[in-house]
Design a protein around this ligand. Structure first.
Ligand code: SF4
Ligand code: SF4
Length: 289
């Protein structure tokens, strides 16, 4: 999975060039992430791992402890390297089983024509810090008592949904179900506003070494298509992408190269077509003469 994902991200321009392939690839990958990585193999990272790692760094660091769960160790190693290059989106957008579940349910909601709530950007901007507050709160609590912090980490529904397959006391199931229902109306509701792991992964995002997502000078100024279509509202109305919110789904990159959608490319295509039509008309006229 990690090799396929790495290849897809390295050759992302080729992946998004074929819109149908991109959609099938993305939905298939997310299905494998949910069913195999999450439900079957239990490969769900958690803010608990972040808190444990931070405490290990502050006390006696012991690799043995982290090698107890090889799959989680491999995932974290991959995510740590990916964070340097590609921000949190590699995990949140492709490898998080709960994120995948929300996105797949949102896909079903779209197909069933369930109305989608569009959160005004000014409100959205004020809501997204909640997840950072939750993460910092958990971190602060963990300094006093890791047990209390681990209880607080139940704000993540991962254990209920992914690791225990909903077989749990009803308050947990109700909470997780509520988040999934909210996600039917606002895509990735939990990721956007509440996930402390998403917040923890977003913090080192500023360290990234490369800018992988392309934008045009017209983005935000003359055109709002990507702003309107980004599934998690990670694009500012003025054009720039917020690296802390982006899940690297590549949707805006598919639009970026689509000469049927992206206005500068549409204009270029139309100019080319007019030119071709003119030159075809001229040659027909010359042949007739
Ligand atoms: S924000 Fe949280 S739930 Fe969403 S994809 Fe990232 S880690 Fe998973
Ligand atoms: S559409 Fe673009 S900006 Fe929005 S999450 Fe996907 S890759 Fe990031």
């Amino acid at each position: 999975m990690l090799l396929v994902l790495t290849a897809a991200l390295v050759f992302q321009a080729a992946v998004v060039q074929r819109p149908k392939f991109y959609r099938v690839f993305r939905l298939s990958f997310l299905t494998v992430t949910l069913v195999w990585l999450g439900w079957y193999a239990g490969g769900q990272l958690s803010v608990v791992n972040v808190l444990t790692f931070s405490h290990a760094l502050m006390s006696d660091f012991n690799w043995d402890f982290f090698l107890i769960e090889p799959l989680i160790f491999i995932l974290w190693s991959y995510v740590a390297v990916a964070l340097l290059f590609l921000r949190r989106g590699v995990y949140c957008g492709w490898l998080c089983p709960f994120g995948a579940l929300q996105e797949l349910l949102s896909e079903v909601a779209h197909r069933l024509h369930i109305p989608q709530l569009s959160v005004p950007f000014a409100v959205h901007e004020r809501l997204w810090p909640i997840k950072y507050i939750i993460f910092l709160g958990l971190f602060a609590v963990s300094l006093g008592s890791t047990t209390m912090a681990f209880y607080g980490a139940e704000v993540e529904p991962f254990k209920t949904v992914i690791l225990l397959h909903f077989v749990r006391a009803w308050p947990f199931v109700l909470y997780a179900g509520g988040l999934l229902v909210a996600g039917l109306f606002i895509n990735r509701f939990f990721c956007r506003y509440l996930c402390p792991l998403g917040a923890a992964l977003a913090i080192p995002a500023r360290l990234r070494m490369f800018e992988w997502l392309k934008r045009r000078p017209q983005c935000g100024r003359e055109c709002q298509i990507c702003f309107n279509r980004c599934p998690v509202q990670a694009i500012h109305p003025e054009g720039p992408i917020n690296p802390n919110e982006c899940i690297h789904c590549l949707q805006c990159q598919a639009i970026y190269i689509d000469d049927m959608t992206c206005p500068p490319l549409v204009a270029k295509r139309k100019r080319r077509e007019r030119r071709d039509a003119l030159s075809a008309g001229t040659s027909v006229a010359m042949e007739e003469r």
